[in-house]
Design a protein around this ligand. Sequence first.
Ligand code: ZN
Length: 445
Amino acid sequence: MGAPLSSWPWAGLGAYKYLLYGPLVAKVAQAWREQGGAPTDSWCLHLLLLLALRSLTHQLWFSYANMLFFTRRRRVVPDGVDFKQIDAEWDWDNMVIMQTLLGAMAISSPLFPAMSELPAWDPRGWAVALLVHVAVSEPGFRWAHRALHRGPLFSQYHSKHHSSPVTQPLTSAYGTPLESLVLTLAMAAPLAGAFLAGAGSVGLLYGHIFAFDYLRCMGYSNVEVISHRAFRAFPLLRYLIYTPTYLSLHHQEKDSNFCLFMPLFDLLGGTVHPRSWELQKEVGQEERPGAGLRVPGARGGRGVLHARAVRVPGVQLAAMDDAPRAAPALARRLLHHGAPGALLQDLHRQLLLPPRRAPPDLDHPALQLPVLHPAHEGRHQPPDRARHPQGRQDGRQGAQPRRAQQERGAQRRRHALRRPAPRPQGPGGARQHAHRRRDTPRDPG
Ligand SMILES: [Zn+2]
C-alpha cells in the first residue's frame, strides 16, 4: 500500500477504465433523444467534446514530435524513447479522466451556471483569467512543484514523472494523482476566477483549456520550436514563456526551472538554470554530435543510429533484444490489436480484391473436346500441340505452360482408357499403323 494519492484508483481496470465515461455518455444520449437533436446546452456534451479536443491536442503534438525527418535537428535530448517509458506512459490519460470526472462533479453544483446562460465570447473573462493565471496559478504551481522535489514527497509522488528519461508530449500528463491535482488546480483557477466574476464564456472554457494543454505539450515535446532570435529581439519575452529546452533542463537536472509556463517566477525565486537560453541557441543552430535516433533500450552512447537504419528488420530485432522485459509487453499489445487488424485486412480482401480462381482438379479434369488438325485427318491432336506449333517435333514436349501440361496429362489418361484402335486393312496398312504408333504420345504409366 503506497502513500495516499500516489496511485490511480482505476489502475487495475485496464481498458475498462473508460467505462467511467459511461454516465456522461448516457446523459448525453438521453438528452439527445428527448430534444431530438444535439443537446448543445448540456454540460455533459461539452465535457465530452473537451475530452476529444484534449486527446487530439496531445496526439497531434505527439505525432509532430516523432516526425524525425522534420524535427531531428531540433531535438533537445537526442535520445529516443525506450520501451520502458512507452509502457509506463501508456496510461498517460489518467489525468484527463480525473479532470473530466471532477468537471462532471462541478457542473452538478448549484453554483455552476447553466450552459444556456453562457455567452459565446466575453473579453472580460479573458482578462480576468490572465490575471488569475499570473497571480495565482504560476506562483502556486512553482511553489508546489518545488515542494514536490523535496524529501519524501519526491520519492512518493514526483519521481514517477521524472522517471521518463526523454520527455515527449504524453509525459506532460503522466504522473501520480497528487501532482495531477496540483496541475488541475493551476488550470482551473483562471476559469473559476472568470466564472465567479460573471465573465465566463464558452469561448474562454474551450480556449483556456486548449491553450493550457498546447503549452504543456509544447514544453514536453523535446523539440525546440521557439527561435532564439525572437528572444534576442525581445529579451523580456524569455521570462514570459518557457521553451522545450527550458523544461528539458528541469527534467534532466531537477534542481532548477520549476515554473509552469513563465520563467519570470524562477527568476524571482533564483532557480533559473544558467544554460537555459544558451542551450536553446545551440539546439536551433547546429547539428550536435550524436543527434539522431538511438535504438530503444540502447542509451548511454551505444547504438547511435540514423533514423533510416532503424527500419532495417535486423536492427529492430536487436533493439528488442536490448529490452527483454519490454518485448513481451509489446508482443501482448500486438496480440491485443491483432484481431481487429486481421478483420480489417480480411474485409479489404473480401470487398476490394477480385475473387481467386479455383485450383485445377487434376483427378477430375474438365472435359475438353479434342482438336482435329486439318493436316492429319482422323488423328487426335493434343490441344497444346495445336497452340504451340513451335514445340519440339521429336514427339516430346519442351517447357510448356502449366495449364497446357495439365490438359495434355488429361488427354493421355483418356487415351489409356480407350480401346486400342483396330489394325487397318489393305495395302500399306502395316506401314500406316507403325507410323501412327510412333506419333502417338506414350503413356508415362
Ligand atoms: Zn519536477
